[in-house]
Design a protein around this ligand. Structure first.
Ligand SMILES: [Zn+2]
Length: 380
């Protein structure tokens, strides 16, 4: 079998694929609404039955269930190949009711809609790739994991993702592409929250008795900003802060939320050390730090580079160039890469505006990207 066999079948399925995509987009599924995400689960589960999937629903209380779908129990020679993991999520950042303002819309070769790029196309595309390979009797063992909490940090799905990744030879993440490129590196992500406690006093009557938490926080933020080191890919951003009650009161509290990104896993310990070593200059103020790094970086390992080279060769056969890119954003691929399992990311849609009102995918790429994914799964 060659890419030449895959492409026409994917192309022939384009209309059906778009119908499914529309159906899935129109089942709104915000991370914080279990019932809504479960409806998306039901829809996808129904689609996978004709494909002979073994369906396991990891039941959740706070979030939608997590869907583990296994394929590829057949007699073809590829069924002997090591299992691979396709990683996706069914939750979106869009609250229920978004469709009314941001409906499914096709215009100028683009399709708009909540979650269409991040990442409902990725899910539908993976199912289509599996369908075509099943038809060609060329499917290898595949686990498709669709979680329900990716947009809120993957707290409950992380252990499941990690367990399944360990059973697999490679992980393909169905997140959107970076421009036209696959993602071979992602930064690690953390959040550190600073809470400063000072001593309140009347700024006119009793100034000397006060110790300002706001002032202390300002000093700390200056210090924290100096932790950024672009040469090693470390950025530190105090994105939100606040404190105090009124201008004539010396503030007894102040806080800040700081986003941290690191390119190298070896940088994690240093970042933790830098934050833990922070101290107030004013001895009457106290500092508490909450949080830390929650996604390790996905480094461009030899295994990831090998997967990318395979993908590039398949894309070449399909008639297009495939670049690779690094991004500062995290995904569930960060977890699997950190385990040492070769991970390639960005295999989903080409488009723009994830988490933004102009979220869309570009139609001309849907078929080639799906064919490329099928080729990668088959291991051509
Ligand atoms: Zn996503």
């Amino acid at each position: 079998m060659q890419m030449l066999d895959i492409m026409p079948r994917v192309a022939a399925g384009e209309v059906a694929l778009l119908q499914r995509l529309r159906q899935l987009v129109e089942v709104e599924s915000p991370s914080d609404d279990k019932a809504a995400v479960d409806r998306a689960n039901d829809l996808v589960s129904a689609w996978t039955q004709p494909l002979g999937a073994t369906i396991k629903r990891h039941r959740q209380r706070a979030y939608g269930d997590i869907l583990e779908l296994r394929f590829g129990a057949s007699k073809n020679p590829r069924s002997k190949r090591p299992r691979i993991l396709l990683l996706g999520h069914l939750d979106t950042v869009w609250p229920l009711g978004t469709l009314a303002k941001m409906p499914w819309k096709e215009a100028d070769g683009k399709i708009y809609g909540p979650g269409v790029l991040d990442m409902k196309f990725g899910v539908v595309s993976a199912l289509e790739a599996i369908r075509v390979l099943t038809e060609l009797d060329a499917l290898r063992p595949v686990t498709l994991l669709l979680n329900s909490d990716e947009e809120v940090g993957s707290e409950v799905s992380r252990p499941i993702t990690e367990k399944l990744a360990r059973q697999c030879a490679a992980v393909f993440v169905l997140e959107p592409a970076q421009g036209l490129a696959y993602k071979t590196a992602r930064k690690g992500v953390g959040q550190f929250d600073l809470r400063v406690t000072g001593v309140a006093a009347h700024s006119g009557v009793d100034f000397a008795a006060g110790h300002s938490a706001v002032l202390e926080l300002a000093r700390l933020l200056e210090k924290i900003a100096s932790f950024t080191d672009l040469r090693v890919g470390r950025t530190v951003n105090p994105g939100v802060f606040g404190g105090g009650t009124r201008s004539n009161v010396i503030a007894d509290h102040a806080w800040a939320e700081v986003d941290v990104r690191i390119a190298k896993a070896s940088d994690a310990a240093k970042v933790e050390r830098l934050f833990r070593a922070l101290k107030c200059e004013d001895k009457h103020c106290k500092l508490k730090i909450i949080g830390g790094l929650n996604r390790p970086p996905m480094e461009r390992s030899a295994g990831t580079a090998r997967l990318y080279k395979q993908a590039r060769a398949i894309a070449h056969d399909l008639g297009f160039a495939l670049d690779e890119a690094a991004t500062g954003g995290g995904s569930d691929g960060n977890f699997t890469a950190a385990l040492g399992v070769p991970t390639l990311d960005g295999l989903g849609a080409v488009g723009e505006g994830a988490h933004a009102a102009h979220e869309h995918i570009v139609v001309e790429h849907l078929v080639p990207r799906t064919a490329l994914l099928a080729g990668l799964i088959a291991g051509l």
